[in-house]
Design a binder for this molecule. Structure first.
Ligand SMILES: CC(=O)SCCNC(=O)CCNC(=O)[C@H](O)C(C)(C)COP(=O)(O)OP(=O)(O)OC[C@H]1O[C@@H](n2cnc3c(N)ncnc32)[C@H](O)[C@@H]1OP(=O)(O)O
Length: 409
């Protein structure tokens, strides 16, 4: 078998995307969804693996801006649409596409590649480390009370259509990006993604609704959600399926949650993807009845160790030498001195002795400040070579706000 990798051509998209759908075992997506993904596809960054005249592998990348600790937004390749036909699996097709893709990302000068994984076991071997979590909530809204701050009654809520609300929602979202690592700047076209209501996220619910929250004469928050009607022997027992909820201040935030908790005919709320440090859990009378559970969120892969470490800021002063291993991208290997603080950092090659030893994957895991170098060290994945260096680096890398990616891609 000879498999040849080529850039995707626009006329091949339908066939290529169909192979992706087949690999995921999903039905052909609705026309609106397909049109959105087709429009977002960056053809020169999309790989088709051909076995003669058959597409047997797919992989793509989006040119994202990713927020990193301290507020900067850094160019990052958003790896996506990865699949290999089941007739051709476990013969190295994915590995060859990852090789091609990461070399390309490096050439473009993007210091990071990021992805959300269908299965967390796939990407570690290519240098990706899990860097954020997503929280799932299943809230018994009939039994959980909210402690509301003063002023919630002053927040005006109103329904708008998705179309009417889009710009206002995007403005709120854009104002939040720099404050939370792991968020993606939404470029033109991406604003349509949160208003899609795909089958797998719908959980049997009805139409996606949009409510804007206004205070101080401006839109300061929004929620998009759907309702799933359910009837039990005692009457209504519906579920609110939350898509997103964003707010610029705690009063608007609480007003939106109160609204969702109070929706008639419902007694449960399901949120699939919330930040690990969701503030709601401090507002509720019973966090257990919110049934919080976490899973992996964004995976980060530093492509250029020095540029990546210089791009973010650090919670506390740090001056350490990192001995990095990176078999898949050997240009990252060796010793790097990182000196930084809350204003910025410099990172360059050094011949000085190493303080910490780790692979690029652990660097990816710690990069957004969500997982600590100390906990990775307890797992044996980071080694401290100079006493005190681990705590110093671990504290400096942490982020006060949990990293979170608001949507898949
Ligand atoms: C960012 C995204 O798009 S995530 C979506 C990923 N795609 C999917 O999950 C769709 C369904 N799965 C597939 O299409 C394929 O099984 C893929 C893409 C996951 C793997 O493709 P393959 O061509 O079989 O991978 P390849 O042969 O290059 O394997 C490389 C290594 O990864 C391992 N591997 C492959 N798939 C998996 C997996 N699902 N879980 C764990 N390890 C895996 C292989 O065993 C191999 O290990 P080795 O290097 O130790 O021998």
């Amino acid at each position: 078998m000879t498999v040849e990798l080529r850039a995707l051509e626009p006329g091949q998209w339908d066939n290529w995307y169909g192979k992706l759908e087949r690999a995921f075992g999903s039905a052909r997506e609705p026309a609106e969804e397909r049109a959105l993904w087709q429009g977002l596809t960056e053809f020169e960054r999309s790989i088709a693996a051909w076995d003669e005249d058959e597409v047997v592998g797919t992989a793509g990348a989006f040119s994202f801006g990713l927020s990193v600790p301290g507020g900067p937004v850094v160019p990052a390749a958003g790896v996506t649409m990865v699949s290999v036909a089941s007739t051709h699996r476990r013969r190295g097709v994915l590995t060859s596409m990852m090789r091609r893709q990461l070399d390309d990302v490096r050439q473009r000068g993007e210091p990071l590649a990021v992805l959300t994984a269908s299965e967390p076991g796939i990407y570690g071997r290519f240098g990706y480390g899990v860097a954020s979590e997503q929280l799932r909530l299943e809230i018994d809204t009939a039994r959980v009370r909210l402690a509301l701050p003063e002023g919630v009654d002053g927040v005006r809520l109103r329904f708008v259509t998705q179309e009417e609300g889009r710009d206002a929602c995007e403005e709120v979202y854009a104002r939040l990006v720099a404050g939370r690592p792991g968020m993606l700047e939404r470029r033109p076209g991406w604003e349509r993604l949160p208003t899609l209501h795909p089958e797998e996220a719908r959980e049997g619910s009805g139409a996606l609704l949009c409510v804007l929250a206004e205070a101080e004469g401006e839109v300061r928050g929004y929620t998009r959600y759907a309702m799933k009607a359910q009837w039990g022997p005692q009457g209504p027992d519906g579920t609110v399926v939350l898509r997103d909820l964003e707010a610029l201040d705690p009063v608007v935030y609480a007003a939106l949650w109160r609204y969702l908790f109070g929706l008639d005919l419902t007694s449960k709320l399901v949120a699939r993807n919330r930040p690990a440090d969701e503030a709601l859990l401090h507002l509720v009378s019973d966090a257990r009845r919110c049934r919080p559970s976490t899973r992996d969120g964004l995976f980060v892969r530093p492509l250029d160790v020095s540029a990546a470490l210089e791009a973010r800021k650090y919670t506390a002063p740090v001056d350490v030498v990192l001995e990095v291993t990176d078999p898949f991208c050997p240009w990252n290997e060796g010793r790097w001195r990182l000196s930084g603080d809350s204003k910025g950092a410099v990172c360059g090659r050094t011949a000085d002795p190493a303080d910490l030893a780790l692979s690029v994957r652990e660097l990816g895991s710690a990069y957004l400040g969500g997982f600590s170098l100390s906990s990775l060290a307890r797992a044996g994945r980071v080694r401290e070579l100079r006493g005190g260096a681990l705590t110093e680096a671990s504290v400096a890398f942490r982020s006060d706000v949990a990293p979170w990616v608001a949507h898949g891609f």
